[in-house]
Write a protein that binds this ligand. Sequence first.
Ligand SMILES: [Zn+2]
Length: 402
Amino acid sequence: MTQRLYYSDSYTRQFAARVIEHLTVDGQSAVVLDRSFFYPASGGQPADRGTIGGVPVLDVTVRESDKAVLHVLERPVAESEAACELDWARRFDAMQQHTGQHILSQAFLRAANAATISFHLGGDSVTIDLDVEPARLPPAALERAEEVANRAVTGNLPVRAWFPAADELATLPLRKTPDVDGPLRVVAIGDFDFNACGGTHVAATGEVGLIKIIKTEKQKKATRIEFRCGARALADYGRKNALLTQLAADFSCGVPEVPQAVSKLRDEAQAARKDLRAAREAVMDHEAQTLLDSIPAVDGRRVIRQAYPQRDMAELRGLAARLAAAAGTVALLGAAGEKAQLVFARADDVPVDMKALLLPALAALGSGRGGGDARLAQGGGMSAPWEAVAAALQQAENELRK
Ligand SMILES: [Zn+2]
């Protein structure tokens, strides 16, 4: 069994150890050491990385049968006495986030009576899940929890981890008593927080640095709180500051004025869309009137037939409806292209079924689908060149004039 030195000392990053077993884990070389500062993944905290005898450590796990710590290696190690080194940046980051988590969990108990039910520490995100719905955590509650947590940081409270005897354990106000066999390791943060935990922590809360909540998310009946501590919080602040500074530069305003500038831009875009719609309607009114003027009715009837190389379906419909508003008029409109379209429409006083006229015209163009009723019918979707669309419209007009 490995002597787990990280329990009593989370700051040693270089040490010598004797290799007491060589084995393979899922096809990878691994070793058991007589003593180790390498932390195996557990309780939401990821495993350490580093080197053993100069060989990179890929993972650290615990063998269920005898609780030996297995150090999975990139390749075999020859030495029986090996120099070991932790990836300290990774370990210290884990210590900052993990200690910050203890503090924040206690802060949520105090500020919002919300208990932590799980903890996840990943490369990109650090989260805890609280046993309350998001509605119980309004912005003011989040601010209170942040304030309580950061006060515990600036108080620079000592962090102590030990295995108390049963009688002492009974007197400690643990946040949660886990159901485990054997001695329980307790982590105390001043008198602020007591919790059972096997992880690695900083020696005093000041080392955690800033604790910042950045996001809340509903998780069934729980709430997931995403946060950053220390160097991660600083990096996050840096990214967000750069983003806001860039936005302010793009808007030529100060950072506090960015929301106003976005709101103004949105209003302007909305007004522009409205104006554009009105302008398109006016153009279509004009276009319809020009067509009607250019083709006078003969004996109270006229057919307006137009094939366009390319045109939007909504526009075709709008134009057809305007033309069909004129008495005695039938509009046979078509647009060529990858998805060719036909729109047929008639005035109320023309007794012809537009759908019956449209379907053979679509059939002439291939396999287009059509729909509508006796007054307005439309269809298409097949690829057709302008000449074919023009010919299909001509055929429909010939049919109409019979
Ligand atoms: Zn812990």
